[in-house]
Design a binder for this molecule. Structure first.
Ligand code: DLL
Length: 434
């Protein structure tokens, strides 16, 4: 079903006319209200009035995650706080998280886009949605929740974790749509099997999975183990949250971008040049309807390509191909975004270990496991007390959990055990298969 039949099936010309009108209004607004954008535009020698066509967007400077951090927490909001009704943030050490805000109208926009997304996965008001995305500062839980309510479906706000209870609720309440990260979906299947519950006996027909990279191979595995159709949903807090793009159940081939709200570009990450349709590069988004937190040419670091071909579902928007990786070293561990540099800060702030560390990521029972290997100095080693090492491992793990919100196993190792490199240090060994 197409939720927003008028806007989701606009002829290209009409869509572009809307995009240009909304883009220009957004540019006028950020120039007037966000000192960061005014300064950046001035440095680039452009004023909003210079943007006369959609192609002129290329004249505007990019916005980076670092810009958000530099303006922490609310420096890039385009409305006064009294108009902000919701705040979300991505994980990060204190002072480094990226914080985003929404006006009441932004929440309506977001809910509508999420209702569209759920509907493009075949959900209707008759469905019961089991929402295992985390509720909290992360946009997944509340994003899906508001969309489900807007669609008129019944939503179970189960959030993540407490897996056995989730399986019990699935048996008792009979949900028909599952929303979670793809890795948690596989974990649910595993736990259900251990409990003697077959997904084939549950009522699920579709699962809407995202927030982390996954592959076609993983789609097949999920569909086989969970007896449902697995669809991909994409988004990021800086641009909106979930609902920036979503696959349709008819084609299951590429994610329809909500182009009446976001302009998508794919660029060469090194030169910054805009690439033609079909070529792979870094996704860049400009929001054209958001009030509290508009973003202009935001560099997502996600790698994908755009496909303008018409889709059998009838939607006319451009589709982005599955995100195949990132241009930076950000890891997504159980849905939490983690930069190796954040772990490094925790280690360095504690000052008890050497600056040689490595992060090993594995997937056990379909759950991500992060192990932080870090060298201790000769003097610590000389003390030779096992209890002291164990105590230190526990304290480091506790600090990582506290500052980054991610559970890690910490393993202290002897001096010079971690391979030294001549070029870039290999900080991460990611054994997960996407
Ligand atoms: O992960 C929003 C979201 C919630 C999307 C629920 C889908 C479902 P952030 O925590 O800000 O927001 O993380 C955004 O996650 O830049 C990508 O690197 C990655 N990501 C999100 N969706 C996908 C996906 C949410 N479908 C970052 N495939 C993004 C691959 C994804 N990576």
């Amino acid at each position: 079903m197409i939720y927003d039949i008028e806007f989701e099936t606009l002829p290209r010309e009409a869509l572009e006319a809307i995009q240009l009108r909304r883009l220009r209004a957004t540019l006028d607004r950020v120039y007037a209200t966000v000192p960061f954008y005014r300064r950046k535009f001035e440095e680039a020698g452009v004023v909003p009035a210079d943007i006369k066509t959609l192609k002129d967007l290329r004249r505007l400077p990019f916005t980076y995650k670092q810009d958000l951090r530099d303006n922490y927490p609310f420096g890039m909001f385009a409305v006064p706080m009294e108009s902000v009704v919701r705040i979300h943030a991505s994980s990060g050490t204190t002072g480094k998280a990226t914080v985003v805000g929404y006006t009441a109208r932004d929440i309506v926009t977001w809910s509508t886009l999420m209702a569209r997304a759920l509907a493009s996965g075949g959900a209707t008001c008759c469905d019961i949605i089991h929402n295992s995305y985390g509720y909290g500062l992360f946009t997944g839980g509340l994003g899906v929740h508001y969309g489900a309510e807007r669609l008129g479906a019944s939503v179970i706000p189960i959030s993540g974790g407490n897996t056995k209870r989730q399986i019990m609720i699935m048996k008792d309440f009979g949900p028909t749509v599952l929303t979670s990260t793809p890795s948690y979906a596989l974990h649910l299947a595993e736990v259900a099997r251990e409990m003697g519950v077959g997904f084939g006996d549950l009522r699920f027909k579709v699962g809407i999975f995202g927030a982390e990279p996954w592959s076609e191979g993983m789609r097949e595995e999920i569909e086989r183990k969970l007896h449902l159709q697995a669809l991909d949903i994409y988004g990021l807090s800086e641009v909106l949250g979930p609902g920036v793009s979503m696959e349709c159940i008819e084609a299951k081939k590429g994610l329809h971008v909500a182009e009446d709200h976001f302009i998508a570009e794919v660029i060469d990450p090194d030169s910054g040049e805009v690439l033609p349709y079909g070529e792979r590069g870094e996704l860049v988004f400009t929001s054209i309807t958001k009030e509290a937190f508009p973003v202009i040419r935001y560099r997502t670091r996600d790698i994908s390509s755009l496909n303008p071909e018409p889709c059998i579902c009838g939607r006319t928007s451009v589709r982005m191909n599955r995100v195949s990786g990132r241009t930076d070293d950000m890891l997504i561990i159980r849905g939490v975004n983690v930069f190796p540099s954040q772990i490094e800060s925790v280690l360095m702030d504690m000052g008890e270990t050497e600056p040689h560390y490595q992060l090993v990521v594995d997937r056990q029972d379909n759950l991500d496991q992060l192990t932080v290997m870090v060298e201790v100095g000769e003097s610590v080693l000389a003390s030779g007390e096992v209890r002291r090492f164990q105590d230190m491992e526990k304290r480091i793990a506790k600090n990582i959990k506290e500052f980054l919100g991610v559970s890690a196993k910490v393993k202290l190792v002897e001096p010079k055990t971690i391979a030294r490199s001549e070029g870039k240090a290999q900080r991460v060994i990611d054994n997960r298969k996407f």
